[in-house]
Design a protein around this ligand. Sequence first.
Ligand code: SF4
Length: 159
Amino acid sequence: MTISPPSGVGAGPAALTDEELQNFVASPLAGCAGTTLDPDEWFPIAAKPARARAEAARALAVCAACLVRAECLELSLRTWSGAGQHGIWGGLVEADRSSLRQEWLRGATTVGVTSGASVPEELVAGVLGKLAALGFGDVEEVEAVKERMTFQLPRELRK
Ligand code: SF4
């Protein structure tokens, strides 16, 4: 099977039109395409972020491996007054995405973004792209903790 990438491949999510973002999210590249999870697992009920993340743990695991996560997050933030506010988008629950919204940044002069070794670079780039679009494009990387984590192959593959 051949999967053609949607138009806009190679551009950062912030540079894409709403339609191009929608094409990414609706494409076979989306981790949730064809998933067998119950639809309710994509819509946690709890308002508190930690509880909502626990309720949606299986859906968030799908998002963690999704190839269009950054595009999905961008589309959610752009369509916040509609469908983009509800459920899981871009590997984040509503409360977590809410904190990325423009109103939250009003009056701020500096924004801190934390990340770790297991966070996909694409997602970090998506968040930074969104912040740049909001006027926070001057990025300074700060190493708060020296990470020494290594990821081993599954035991079956190490034989
Ligand atoms: S990030 Fe999650 S919700 Fe968005 S397209 Fe990927 S799997 Fe689906």
